[in-house]
Design a protein around this ligand. Sequence first.
Ligand code: MN
Length: 293
Amino acid sequence: MQTKIETSTVKHVRTVERLITGQATSDGAGVKLTRVLTQNLQQRLDPFLMLDAFGSDKPDDYIAGFPDHPHRGFETITYMLAGRMLHRDSAGNEGLLENGDVQWMTAGRGVIHSEIPQQKEGVMEGFQLWLNLPKRDKMNTPWYIDFKNTELPKYVTQHGVEVTVIAGESNGVTGAVTREITQPRYLDIHMPASTQFEQTLSSAHNAFIYVYRGEVSVAGKAVPAQRMAIFANESQSDGVIIEASEDAKLILISGQPLKEPIVQYGPFVMNTQQEIYEALSDFREGRLGEFSK
Ligand code: MN
């Protein structure tokens, strides 16, 4: 892994606006998960629509998976920390996600897909993030790519902080996927005890972290495991400094808000109610998946 000398460039740090405890829920055919980014945070965290965290060593919590279901109008990014999940979709894509792999799917005008566990025991843990598409791209052709963990861009800082750059840019390292309009940044950050990590961030971008091991602190505020910290958008701020007094793992996500109307009905996210009706009738009449062929 390449070592990057992290130079201190952040002068005005962002503070933590608030901590969020997700909502326990289930989705698909009964997969237990924590919805960290819920619908009431979609405006605040624009362009991100949803973040689910799943993690269990009890097969009953995940075994049924997510049988065939549709999506339209946004992108889904699945980061599989542990476990094996098979994806199949109406565009003919198939991919097996395993420990540390990432799948990026642009639903665009319509995809029908299934996400089914390929294990009968053991731990299944990971995240699914929904990233909105700008109005002009919502009806684009669906797109799909998956990355083995070893294919993901990574670096380590001189302090020993390991960073996987799933999307966007960090410390001069370009991520696996970039997007021009929403400019998503998606980092997985592994921090040994007594280290700190800096990330420059445009003050206009909405940004948050989710800690999944240990505890970190940001501008003096403790962020324990299983919490999301939403960063304030102070106009003069130019980045964030994260400190870990113990071993910690977290994801950092930021993006440029679209500032367009968000109308969600289940797996469809469009700009108007009329577009939702069209998505529903396309789905009911069997046209939604057909579009992607
Ligand atoms: Mn899905």
